[in-house]
Design a protein around this ligand. Sequence first.
Ligand code: FE2
Ligand code: FE2
Length: 172
Amino acid sequence: MLSKTIEEALNNQIRVEAESSQIYLAMACWAEVKGLEGVANFMYAQSDEEREHMLKLVKFVNERGGHAKISQLKAPNVTFKSFKEMFEKLFEHEVFVSQSINELVHISLQERDYATHNFLQWYVAEQIEEEAVARTILDKINMIGDDKGGLYLFDRDIENLTVTTAAIDNPE
Ligand SMILES: [Fe+2]
Ligand SMILES: [Fe+2]
């Protein structure tokens, strides 16, 4: 059985993951109308992943005697000054999500909820990976700068982008 404190904290994370999904969906749309199909597909996939993260939490809360609350979401940014700005936002957002997960882990220990603590380890590993991917993309974008040809190649290659982190050795 979940304590009220844990239930509330998990419900907050459900909202964070749902908002992440919307943020990346908006980025996918912007990239698509700008003609960068590879970037758009990458963002659509990110958006789907965030929805999976949300659903995993939803199921966990409901299975443990809580009630997953589906709440109103903040509207995401729908336009960006540049691709560089968009990827900066992606990276900043992943750092924010990592902080949110860390806070949740902290609360689970305070509440001595070891089942939730164990469940959250998947998210801790996932965030290491997501931050690493976002950082790699941002490095590439910074290298390209305003070069149109570079952006063309980047768009072609982004879907095959893989980043190996320590977290990948221990996938779920
Ligand atoms: Fe997530
Ligand atoms: Fe993420």
